[in-house]
Write a protein that binds this ligand. Structure first.
Ligand code: DC
Length: 237
């Protein structure tokens, strides 16, 4: 895309509710700009998966001390997968991309991501990954905590029922046996937990612009993005 050459590399922070298409949008932006896309939700999900697999979450009980103790054994990395046009996430060298989006992980990830030590470890890795700029990072606290100096901050939202339907379709397509009501309940409960936790709650940064994509196609979202990106680039000239 010609209009994107010679532009200053910036950080694009995308925060918002679960299942509102942040990753799809962020991935499309990164591909268009030749930026690195980092899905920080995948990092919290990977720690949750590790906790489940190593007995730190048992019978529905999250053992915080045990998770904190396990943190030193967890090494998270991303590797670009040309087939997907995005990076896959690895824990201790093993790919976990296919295992982190189950309803079981979704049910515990908010609790795990509210542990201070978990956030400190993951935020430090995220800051390092974006240090040379040229990244699109999506999450809950990117514009407020990880990159408060991001040049472009987007706060994404969509109607809860629309979001639940999207996640339901995704899981059904993978063959998962889930009910719509179960998914809707999970979406609403995660919204509540994400906005009300003590450390780094989900909130709109003062300088973030809102994108409500309830009834927008990805093409319409990209048109919206093009305008905002050019506005930011012009302001940096
Ligand atoms: O984006 P997602 O639904 O895959 O994120 C999974 C969970 O991780 C979500 O419930 C909140 C948490 N999260 C977070 O606390 N901070 C981030 N930067 C990203 C995700």
């Amino acid at each position: 895309m010609e209009c994107y050459t010679n532009n200053k590399k910036i950080v694009i922070a995308i925060d918002g509710f679960s299942s509102c298409g942040k990753s799809t949008f962020a991935k499309a932006i990164a591909a268009r700009l030749g930026y690195i896309f980092i899905d920080t939700g995948a990092m919290y999900r990977s720690v949750t998966l590790y906790a489940l697999e190593h007995g730190a979450i048992r019978s529905g009980i999250v053992n915080e001390d045990e998770i904190i103790r396990l943190l030193d054994n967890i090494s998270i990395s991303f590797r670009f997968n040309p087939m997907r046009g995005a990076s896959d996430i690895y824990v201790n060298g093993d790919i976990v991309e296919g295992k982190i989006r189950t309803i079981e992980v979704s049910n515990f990830v908010s609790a795990v991501s509210s542990i201070r030590q978990v956030r400190e470890k993951l935020v430090a890795i995220q800051k390092q990954m974006g240090a040379s700029r040229g990244v699109v990072m999506d999450g809950r606290d990117i514009g407020t905590v990880v990159f408060p100096d991001a040049e472009l901050k987007i706060y994404m939202t969509a109607d809860a029922k629309v979001r639940a339907q999207r996640r339901y379709d995704e899981l059904k397509a993978k063959g998962d046996d889930v009910s719509f009501d179960e998914i809707l309940e999970n979406v609403i409960s995660r919204d509540h937990q994400d906005m009300n936790r003590t450390i780094s709650p989900l909130r709109q940064a003062e300088d973030a612009i809102v994108l409500d994509n309830s009834y927008m196609t990805i093409e319409q979202q990209m048109e919206w993005f093009d305008r905002e990106f050019l506005r930011v680039q012009n302001s940096l000239q």
